[in-house]
Write a protein that binds this ligand. Structure first.
Ligand code: C2E
Ligand code: MG
Ligand code: MG
Length: 708
């Protein structure tokens, strides 16, 4: 029990001090009042004694009157006799000894003057005239004159200051004075007031002793009592301190029924409520902290935590690392094919696959929807590639274990620390630029950041501005590439491919300017512009290739789904007099991310107008057979990337062959794009391909024969 705790002490001390002060004040008042009344009482008694003494002395004097009158004794003899009785014998030195049996206090005695102030009886001053004697303190006060005055007035008290016998000390004196006319004497009984007050001093001494004892006892009792009172408060204070340190323990005590009991019970209830609220808070805080640094879906760290990790590694002196941005290719499409639940599993699988071989310095985090950031500390690109290969291998296994058989690819962009980015912000900004390039390049898995990319992005801004005026000024041209029949070598149709020659950028590939057009919200305007331009060329194409020739135009999903698309196309067909089944619109698989039924309805309506539909770039996206079986398309264009692998990759070849057979079974024409070599031509023919569009026959060219 630490009774000396600061708070308790201060409270106990205060009460103790108050109580002692209270006792002191009351003792002081009691002492003063008692002393004062005792003193007054003693003074009164003393005065009565003096009065009695003076009266008795007068009676003694008067008793001599008769004997003198009878001549038994002379007046002189009587005078001496009286003095002996009232005081004592005359000494040889002229003084008179105080022998009378009369208690007027320690220094009290009787005096006699005559009415002229002559000392008749005095221990030392007999025979002296005291008429002019003044009070030693108050020099205007003639003592004996006052005494004579009081005596003659019928008797009275006179107060004055006078020296103590055989001492220089001055004390306050009082005399009772009576006048005897027969003798012409003033009889004064006097004493020092202090002599009477001695009793009061004794009383005050007693009072002081009692006060000290009472104070000691009172102090001890108060201390005990205060402790009893303060102890529960002390317990509450200690328990509150514990609460402050997060220890929510109640006070284990059977509380009494008084206010302290109410205090302790109330405190315990309060602590219980705070404990619950605190637990709730801690849980919420943990959850908030978790959410602040983790991604709920994948259980991976989020960008915040990743940033902290990268900064820490840099601070710890990491010498070389690679900052990788990883994007799951066509994730929207995957989600629409496999469903969002499986999509979520794929996201989680990325983290699991990477972490299966991650060392303590490495970290993968989910930065947004289908994007991840990775920190890999390796000292060469070769070592990095090995690590990424290992990750991809692990990822494939992970997907198989989840029974996900979809082929999933990544775009990966890489920036090197510290040479290409010294801090997190620079690294993320540069790796994002590299990612733009990675997304445009379907051939390479990993794109490494290079300085030119940064300036190209800046160029892109200028390009967007330029494109609008290019449209107004009709700077675009259409090149046509032939589609040749594998059986007859006849040109069955041509594909319209846009070309832009800019004064600033020179000749720009559609791979570059088509995305810029989309970003500038010029897609619809540009789309109709190309359609009109191509259809306008149609008579020339017929002239060149014959009436059977078809014209294929690439249509972006935005244009295809534009509100007025069907009406516009109908109008163009009439305006340019295009016969049925000569216009082919090329769409790509990503159009099916949108409302499947809407797309299907549009295809049906276009068919009704005699327009044919080709599915372009097959083999680059998700090549879902679903579209082949459910969509009423007319032509399947197999992408160059696919054709490039049929000679070298057995699996691709088998897939290619099967696909061609299947498409033919559904009555689609199958076109092989990007055939460049004779070997490829032989192979595509072997698979039963209907048409080839590739450099082996012709490159895209303008109608005036100008080659690009
Ligand atoms: P695409 O529709 O698949 O067009 C075929 C692309 O393959 C063309 O590239 C063509 O020049 C190229 N090509 C054909 N045969 C060969 C070959 O043997 N070897 C090589 N290396 N390439 C070959 P291009 O003209 O650069 O166009 C690229 C893409 O830009 C097109 O791919 C198309 O998706 C898009 N595009 C072009 N013009 C337009 C347009 O007017 N509107 C829209 N929406 N997209 C367009
Ligand atoms: Mg095309
Ligand atoms: Mg294509």
């Amino acid at each position: 029990m630490k009774l000396k705790s600061a708070i308790k002490q201060s409270l106990a001390k205060k009460i103790l001090i108050y109580m002692i002060l209270l006792m002191l004040i009351s003792s002081f008042i009691i002492s003063v009042v008692t002393y004062d009344s005792a003193k007054k009482e003693l003074d009164e008694k003393g005065k009565i004694i003096l009065k009695n003494a003076a009266t008795s002395a007068k009676a003694v004097i008067d008793s001599y009157d008769e004997t003198i009158r009878m001549g038994i004794i002379t007046r002189e003899e009587a005078e001496e006799d009286i003095k002996r009785k009232l005081m004592g014998h005359l000494q040889a030195d002229g003084s008179r000894k105080i022998e009378a049996d009369m208690d007027l206090g320690e220094n009290g005695y009787l005096l006699i003057y005559n009415s002229e102030g002559l000392e008749i009886m005095h221990p030392r001053l007999e025979g002296l005239n005291m008429w002019d004697v003044v009070d030693p303190i108050n020099q205007d006060y003639y003592i004996v004159r006052e005494q004579i005055k009081a005596a003659k007035a019928g008797g009275g008290f006179v107060y004055y200051n006078w020296e103590y016998p055989e001492s220089d000390k001055i004390g306050k004196k009082v005399t009772y004075n009576l006048y005897d006319e027969n003798w012409d004497w003033v009889i004064a009984a006097g004493s020092y007031i202090d002599d009477f007050d001695d009793g009061a001093n004794i009383i005050i001494r007693y009072i002081l002793v009692i006060t000290v004892v009472v104070m000691l006892l009172g102090g001890l009792m108060s201390y005990w009592f205060i402790n009893q009172m303060v102890s529960p408060i002390h317990k509450v204070v200690m328990a509150m301190k514990k609460v402050g340190r997060g220890d929510f323990e109640p006070i284990n005590e059977m509380p009494s029924e008084d206010e302290t009991g109410v205090l302790i019970r109330g405190f315990n209830q309060m602590v219980a409520s705070i404990k619950t609220a605190n637990e709730e808070l801690v849980n919420q805080a943990n959850r908030i902290t978790y959410l602040a640094y983790n991604d709920v879906l994948s259980g991976l760290p989020n960008r915040n935590r990743f940033r902290t990790h990268v900064n820490n590694q840099i601070e710890l002196g990491c010498e070389q690392a690679y900052f990788v941005l990883l994007d799951i290719k066509d994730f929207k499409m995957i989600n629409s094919i496999v469903g969002t639940q499986m999509g979520d599993q794929i996201i989680a699988a990325v983290g699991t696959a990477f972490n299966a071989h991650a060392d303590t310095c490495e970290m993968i985090a989910r930065s947004s929807g289908n994007e991840f950031v990775i920190w890999i500390e390796r000292d060469s690109i070769k070592a990095l590639e090995e690590r990424l290969n290992l990750f991809e291998k692990q990822f494939k296994e992970q997907l198989l274990s989840l029974k996900i058989y979809q082929r999933i690819k990544f775009h990966m962009a890489v920036v090197k620390y510290p040479t290409q980015g010294a801090d997190f912000n620079q690294l993320i900004s540069r790796v994002s630029i590299a990612m733009k390039y990675a997304k445009e390049d379907s051939y390479q898995r990993t794109i490494y950041f290079e300085e030119y990319m940064e300036s190209a992005i800046e160029n892109n801004v200028v390009m967007k501005e330029e494109l609008e005026s290019a449209l107004k000024e009709d700077q675009f041209k259409i090149a046509y590439q032939e589609k040749v029949s594998t059986q007859t070598n006849r040109v069955e149709g041509v594909e319209a491919l846009s070309r832009w020659h800019s004064d600033i950028f020179g000749t720009v590939s559609p791979v570059v300017f088509i995305p810029a057009i989309n970003q500038s919200q010029l897609t619809v305007k540009f789309g109709y512009y190309v359609v009109k331009k191509a259809l306008n060329d149609y008579p020339k194409l017929v002239q060149k290739y014959g009436e059977h020739v078809t014209i294929s135009i690439n249509i972006s999903p935005i244009l295809f789904l534009e509100e007025h698309f069907l009406i516009e196309m109908k109008q163009f067909m009439n305006q340019y007099q295009i016969p049925r089944e000569r216009l082919i619109l090329e769409i790509t698989e990503d159009i099916f991310i949108n409302d499947f039924d809407l797309v299907q309805n549009r295809i049906e309506s276009l068919k009704g107008m005699g327009i044919l539909i080709a599915l372009d770039d097959f083999g680059t996206g998700y090549s879902s057979l679903n579209y082949l079986t459910n969509m009423s398309i007319n032509e399947l264009k197999i992408d160059k990337t696919f054709i490039d692998r049929i000679l070298t990759d057995e699996k691709t070849w088998i897939l290619f062959e099967t696909l061609t057979k299947m498409a033919k079974a559904y009555n689609y024409k199958v076109v092989a794009e990007g055939v460049e070599t004779n070997d490829q031509l032989v192979k595509v023919k072997e698979a039963g391909i209907d048409m080839v569009q590739g450099y082996i026959f012709s490159k895209p060219s303008f109608l005036n024969e100008e080659e690009l």
